[in-house]
Design a protein around this ligand. Structure first.
Ligand SMILES: [Zn+2]
Length: 259
């Protein structure tokens, strides 16, 4: 591997921010679609129509499936790939961070960049109205775009092979955490650890890792996958406390803005 891949690339602006609202846009993905060793990280999207609105509103379909279908419908091209069947399958293989990036860009392209939402103050628990310009969110490109896997050594000395979280993993995670709400943090790590000391770990082994190892792993996942910084700083109008809140693309308001 070239030395340059070991340096985290500088953050880049949201590509769609420069595109006009409506029509089409090119999105540069934080990671990219990796197929048979070929990396494709430029995607052409079209704005959402009533078809996608109906799809997003259809609560009978699991949310992750709805998001996959909306992305699949609106992606017109992944570099040279234009076959819709291949695109629909590719969307499920894409990283969670790339999928989030595409959803945010679809929102900007179709409904504009301003997103109003309600956050809860961490100090006084009051509801606080916040507005974010989605086109100003920072994108960090992935550490390397050559492989879905990376070998690392944990602070405890354990060897670990980590893996980019993909759309298919989101479905597994969703099914598991709907039944095991007290295991959400562990499951998110478990799905991204392909090997621990050269074998597939059990959920119990991931639970029993030290807090330091788990924190280290989460930081490594961020580097491996890149992505959008979804954390927003908010000041409470009631008690003047500054706190942070994460943008949640799964909230109804994200796609159905009021007013
Ligand atoms: Zn407050």
């Amino acid at each position: 591997m070239d030395d340059v891949l070991h340096t985290q690339p500088a953050n880049v602006e949201m590509p769609v921010a420069k595109a006009q609202i409506g029509g089409r846009a090119i999105v540069k993905l934080p990671f990219g679609y990796l197929d048979n060793g070929i990396m494709r990280d430029e995607v052409e999207i079209r704005e959402m129509t009533g078809n996608e609105e109906e799809l997003i509103a259809d609560a009978k379909i699991p949310l992750i499936e709805r998001i996959s279908r909306v992305i699949g419908n609106c992606v017109e091209k992944i570099v040279d790939i234009t076959d819709k069947n291949i695109i629909q399958k590719a969307v499920k293989q894409m990283s969670t961070e790339d999928r989030t990036c595409l959803v945010v860009n679809l929102r900007i392209l179709s409904l504009g960049p301003l997103y109003d939402f309600i956050a809860t103050c961490t100090s006084c628990s009051k509801s606080v109205k916040a507005t974010v310009d989605l086109s100003t969110l920072e994108v960090t490109p992935a550490y390397s775009k050559e492989t879905l896997f990376q070998d690392i050594v944990l602070p405890s000395g354990k060897k670990c092979k980590i893996k980019v979280q993909q759309g298919v993993d989101e479905e597994t995670l969703d099914k598991f955490t709907s039944k095991n709400k007290n295991k959400i943090l562990t499951a998110a790590i478990y799905l991204r650890v392909a090997e621990l000391d050269d074998k597939k770990p059990t959920m119990e082994e991931i639970t029993n890792l030290s807090w330091a190892d788990r924190t280290f792993l989460r930081n490594q996942f961020d580097k491996l996958e890149g992505g959008l910084d979804m954390e927003i700083s908010i000041t409470c109008a009631g008690c003047d406390t500054d706190f942070t809140s994460n943008i949640n693309i799964g909230q109804a308001e994200f796609f159905f803005p009021k007013g």
